[in-house]
Write a protein that binds this ligand. Structure first.
Ligand SMILES: [Zn+2]
Length: 278
């Protein structure tokens, strides 16, 4: 099959006046076809606007996803914080449902004192969150926890895969920059990218990589911790390695740019990819 990835930014492009709606229209005018709505500081969008956003995105063939708040910690020892974290996910699920965004991206948790314990509590919380979302009658959204970029965060590739294996309604988001940072620059060759796809395919099935949700940005890191995102062509990982792997596999992932220049790097990635296809 011919690879047909989707490209687009995490949020409204720099310099565009207005909010999500204007951002999506602008992205469509650039011939990009994905957009991750940012609820990273809270879910404040009104339902009527979410419906309008969904309508415009659908008409312009822009695939929507949503990034839930940063403050989520599903492994919190404090009951109130845990409840709040689950609620932020539920709020994001409601707004995503109204917009027609199926993937809810988020950083699941922090380890705290014990890694194993944190992972176990996170699983329990994920199960409960999916149950509550489905109980509200929302069947068309998925929790898509992302591979995280710091040693203190739950979210190695292995952990994310195990969540997806064990809990219905949970699918992976692969943030390549975060994997690169966490493994202290581990994504050096095309084979390093291939290993990620192989592992997901082996454990979650071919369907899981065909339309994989992902983030790609170059990244500055220190001692296995992400420091900040960078523009393409600065510090790696190199996008053309990922692009080659996608072409060879004939898969069609969504690739969200979180670079400081957002959509401009999406456009660059698209050009690199299209050159390879020829
Ligand atoms: Zn994120």
């Amino acid at each position: 099959m011919k690879a047909q990835p989707r490209f687009g930014p995490a949020g409204t492009p720099v310099g565009v006046k207005g909010g999500t709606l204007e951002g999506i229209k602008y992205v469509a005018s650039e011939k990009l076809d994905a957009f991750e709505c940012q609820f990273v500081r809270g879910v404040k969008m009104k339902i009527y606007l979410a419906k309008e956003v969904g309508k415009v995105a659908k008409e312009s063939n822009v695939l929507l996803s949503a990034h839930a708040p940063y403050f989520i910690n599903l492994a919190s020892e404090e009951k109130i914080k845990l409840k709040k974290s689950i609620n932020w996910l539920i709020q994001t699920a409601r707004i995503s449902h109204s917009m027609g965004a199926s993937n809810i991206v988020f950083h699941p948790a922090y380890y705290g004192k014990s890694k194993e314990h944190a992972v176990e509590i996170t699983k329990e919380a994920l199960r409960q969150t999916v149950r509550e979302i489905r109980d509200e009658g929302i069947k068309d959204v998925f929790l898509a926890p992302e591979t995280t970029g710091r040693q203190s965060q739950v979210g190695t590739l292995e952990e994310i895969i195990s969540f997806c294996e064990e809990i219905d309604g949970v699918i992976p988001t692969v943030d390549f920059a975060h994997i690169h940072a966490r493994t202290d620059g581990g994504l050096k060759t095309q084979a390093d990218f291939a290993n990620i796809f192989d592992l997901i395919e082996k454990r979650l099935g071919a369907e899981a990589i065909r339309n994989l949700h992902s983030h790609f940005t170059e990244v500055f890191f220190k001692k296995g911790n992400e420091k900040h995102h960078l523009v393409l062509g600065s510090n790696g990982p190199k996008f053309d390695l990922l692009a080659r792997e996608i072409v060879e596999r004939g898969i069609s992932p969504t690739i969200i740019s979180e670079s400081p220049i957002l959509d401009k790097d999406s456009l660059k990635m698209k050009v690199i990819f299209e050159k390879l296809l020829k």
